[in-house]
Write a protein that binds this ligand. Structure first.
Ligand code: HEC
Ligand code: HEC
Length: 498
């Protein structure tokens, strides 16, 4: 039997982090979609309602924070744990996490070596990647609330700008699709609807991969680059964070190295999941049952009936953490002091009945809302002093972006570029898979043209030959390879054409 090898060389446009410029028209349309309230049932809510692109108001000073945190500004200001939906009186049951740096989370996977689930989007990782995530809120009844993909596409059709850009970027004709304003999801939509919907979520995801959400301009970044200094509290906090308090075990604070040997910035997460033992939050409207996290997913529950993933939630990045309260998947903590005190004293402070008790966090903590699979080795009794807790908070405050404009630091003047300005931002991976006999399947970006090439040997000289050039009008595409060379190994790659 002939063995077909495949290797993949992704040449998708590498974006440099040069300022806040959107690299291409796809990100520009993604920006428009992200902020378009017409994509919600009552035309009153967009992605940016819950993931604001503008700095939220600091509840303590009533002034805007120094950077956008990409969370719900009403939750920041009012301390409320969850967001209202498009329909009055509807609320979600979880705290909206930051979209900042979410693009760096790898596609959800099971790591057979570390024996943990890793990556994905949402507190339980149920969306594999940003595209899968962006498909959810527009159709979620307690969020943007449109009834179907067809209804979303009908809203897109109203906007002549979308009509021309979808044609130009994806080769999709919105005018040709009949309107279905309130079409229920049970209706069979016109054939082009899924492709238009997929293009819209791809554009949103591409915008989320832009420098707007991924600035790397915190004081900590400039300190790592040796351009400025941390004050003594921040430095002590850093030493505790990476030492006695074990925080960096999960919230990785070290500079990494990419496959080409270039330094990569720390993202303050290892993208894994854990049950840190959050108490139940009784202030969520409708008092929803505790969220079971990973183990509550139907697919994971089926794969693991023993419940070893119950209560595990995603380790979120701590970049911009000082400006994104409240904290935790259920928003039970109102400030960083409380979070750090919890990690320090979860197992040693008194026991309370509920977080609505006035002694919450001072005289005691309520029990974990889900007690299985609790992290006990890493924290719960860290033996930190009050001064040490405050130092960790001071360190966390160095993770806020936009330091050149807000720091008043002569070493880092306004306009100073990020020390990680040359870090390539994530791009949609191009993947090729080859099955015997002779079928090559390409997954890449909608609307882009790829040339699929092959060689029969990786020995020099490698003369790549063209199998096919394809423009992706759907997410994936299979191409037949009529290779008949017996006992030959064939290597494929996809090259994105301009
Ligand atoms: C009504 C508020 C609301 C709206 C509107 C909303 N989100 Fe969210 N978002 C949330 C909440 C709540 C979560 C967490 C839900 C969960 O984990 O199940 C979330 C999670 C996310 C995440 C996952 C981040 C991570 O690190 O896991 C991303 C990315 C995101 N939203 C992007 C979007 C986009 C794109 C849109 C618009 C298409 C959008 N959101 C609309 C509230 C909202
Ligand atoms: C075992 C891994 C692990 C360790 C160690 C750890 N964390 Fe976390 N952290 C998590 C997970 C998982 C979450 C999300 C928990 C949830 O919402 O259920 C989280 C959430 C947080 C949040 C809230 C994030 C948000 O977006 O709401 C903060 C702040 C935080 N951690 C700070 C720290 C600090 C400070 C330390 C050290 C004292 C620390 N963490 C140690 C895994 C860890």
């Amino acid at each position: 039997m002939r063995t077909v090898f495949f290797c993949v060389i992704a040449l998708a446009g590498t974006l440099a982090l040069a300022g806040n410029v959107l690299a291409d028209s796809e990100q520009t349309i993604g920006h428009q979609l992200f902020t378009d309230q017409n994509l919600s049932l009552n035309r009153n809510q967009s992605c940016s309602t819950c993931h604001s692109l503008a700095p939220a108001t600091d509840p303590a000073t009533q002034l805007p924070f120094g950077a956008p945190g990409f969370v719900d500004p009403l939750n920041v200001l009012n301390g409320t744990p969850v967001s209202a939906g498009s329909t009055a009186g509807d609320f979600g049951s979880l705290n909206a996490p930051s979209v900042g740096y979410a693009a760096f989370s790898p596609d959800f996977f099971w790591d057979p070596v570390a024996y943990v689930y890793t990556g994905g989007q949402f507190w339980d990782g149920r969306a594999t990647n940003l595209e899968a995530q962006a498909a959810v809120p527009m159709l979620n009844p307690v969020e943007m609330g449109l009834p179907s993909q067809w209804a979303v596409v009908t809203r897109l059709k109203e906007n002549t700008n979308y009509v021309s850009l979808f044609q130009q970027i994806y080769g999709l004709d919105l005018d040709a699709i009949p309107a279905g304003e309130l079409a229920p999801a049970t209706n069979t939509p016109p054939g082009a609807v899924p492709a238009v919907f997929a293009a819209a979520v791809q554009a949103i995801a591409e915008f989320e991969r832009s420098p707007v959400f991924n600035q790397f301009t915190s004081k900590y970044d400039f300190w790592l680059a040796g351009v400025t200094t941390l004050n003594s509290n921040e430095l002590s906090g850093y030493n505790l964070f990476t030492g006695k308090a074990n925080c960096s075990d999960c919230h990785v604070s070290y500079t990494g190295v990419d496959s080409a040997g270039n330094p990569t910035p720390p993202l303050f997460t290892d993208f894994t999941y854990a049950n840190v033992g959050l108490p139940r939050n009784w202030n969520i409207p409708g008092t929803p049952a505790p969220d079971p996290g990973l183990g509550g997913r139907v697919d994971i529950a089926a794969a693991d009936p023993s419940g070893s993933q119950l209560g595990l939630h995603k380790t979120m990045s701590l970049r911009n953490i000082a400006i994104t309260p409240p904290y935790g998947h259920n928003g039970v903590f109102s400030n960083l002091e409380q979070v750090v005190h919890f990690y320090n004293t979860r197992d040693t402070l008194g026991l309370l009945d509920a977080n609505t008790n006035a002694g919450f966090g001072t005289t005691g903590w309520p029990p974990p809302e889900i007690s299985s699979n609790l992290c006990v080795a890493e924290f719960g009794n860290l033996r930190l002093t009050a001064a040490e807790e405050a130092q960790i908070v001071a360190f966390l405050e160095t993770l806020t972006d936009n330091y050149p404009a807000t720091g008043g630091d002569t070493n880092v003047p306004p306009g100073a570029p990020s020390p990680f300005a040359n870090t390539p931002l994530p791009t949609i991976p191009v993947t090729l898979s080859a099955t015997n006999p002779g079928t090559v399947t390409l997954w890449g970006r909608l609307g882009k043209t790829y040339q699929i090439q092959f060689v029969n040997s990786l020995l020099a000289p490698r003369l790549w030959q063209t199998l096919a050039a394809v423009r992706l009008g759907t997410n994936g595409l299979s191409v037949a390879d009529t290779n008949t060379i017996s006992s030959a190994s064939r290597f494929y790659r996809a090259v994105q054409l301009p």
